[in-house]
Design a protein around this ligand. Sequence first.
Ligand code: AMP
Ligand code: GLY
Length: 428
Amino acid sequence: MMILVLGSGAREHALIRSLCTEDAGHTVVAAPGNAGIASDVETVPLDPCDPNQVVAFAIERAVELVIVGPEAPLVAGVADAVRAAGIPVFGPDASAAQLEGSKTYAKRIMDAAGVPTGRAILAADIDAARTAIDEFGAPYVVKADGLAAGKGVLVTEDREAALAHVTHWLPHGSVLVEEFLTGPEVSLFFVSDGESVRALAPAQDFKRLGDDDLGPNTGGMGAYSPLPWLDELFGSEQAFVTEVTDTVALPTVRQMAAEHTPFIGLLYCGLILTPQGVRVIEFNARFGDPETQVVLPRLVTPLSTVLLAAATGTLSELPALAFSPLVAVTVVLASEGYPESPVTGRPITGLGEAAAVPGVSVLHAGTGLQPNDELVSAGGRVLSVVALGKDFGSARSRVYEAVSQIGFTGAQYRTDIAAGAGTGTGTK
Ligand code: AMP
Ligand code: GLY
């Protein structure tokens, strides 16, 4: 199959690695990709957010499946345009991508579908926000309504900081003040064809920059899958997945279908397992990064089969998805200064040595080539190192052995990814 993948992160690199390992022998093209993706497949300098460019390229190259990685092209209507051109596309239309693009929209859908989530008040001015902040009390949770590149959510004990966050985001639209929820977090991905869904394996993301969940929120510094501790909480992973399918994913997809905005793509459910039960803290309309890097290597069913079935409305005809019993751990290497002001242009060494560690793959995110072909850092999150192993002890030692081979000045990474995976409820 001729497949076009839109995006340029480690998530897209993981998607492409999975597609390239399939027996079917696909031709994969990435737009725009990155330096690492370019060493695996052809990359083209298309603007992934320009519907006309994407459609013209897909027609010219007889693309049979377009996979949209990030949220920006979805919100820009790229999936709408590709679908309108009669080409199968994995990714929702702009109207359905509001599930991620607008927290107010997501809350309304959840409300209508009876999906469990935190109580929230939408505030359009500072007085309403102050009243809501004082009603819920500390810790305060304040969220920007629209896409905010991971910077829109503040969880703080400091009332003044909560109010400052409101003041910062109000010019961009309303803010949500939400009740604070406690419990371990789980990311569960569902592939949806607009009517039915298929769950992938649960994963846990580490959002804070530093060890022990200290420091600022980031796009995600690491992840692991599966989550053995779900057995203690739900009896089995399958029981957990069934509960989330029945109480979150299916009601959401059905509600969206009923509103004529069917959700075709990846429904990312960000969940907190509170003492009162599972609550949704966020939906995304795309694969999560870095969770994808640990979820996809454990998917045994060919990825292209699953995504094409979703894109063509035939998901219910697929046999049950198969997963590997191996465990996966990924560690993100980020630039000095990330997330506030990443310093880029730093030469990167040791990738060959890292990739030679058994069970390890090195995925690129913010990397680039200098005119002399030297590999340098070119973004906030630079690399995702992924290791598979028979248990967390082996996957962790492999991933950190590989990380220790990689050098670039000022690299930041967490040393505790999946440290609590085998016991308790992760680190959160
Ligand atoms: P989000 O971008 O919505 O995933 O939020 C970023 C992080 O903020 C989440 O991963 C949680 O750790 C935290 N968070 C979001 N909403 C809440 C909430 N209602 N209660 C506690 N923590 C939250
Ligand atoms: N890992 C969080 C996200 O992709 O939004």
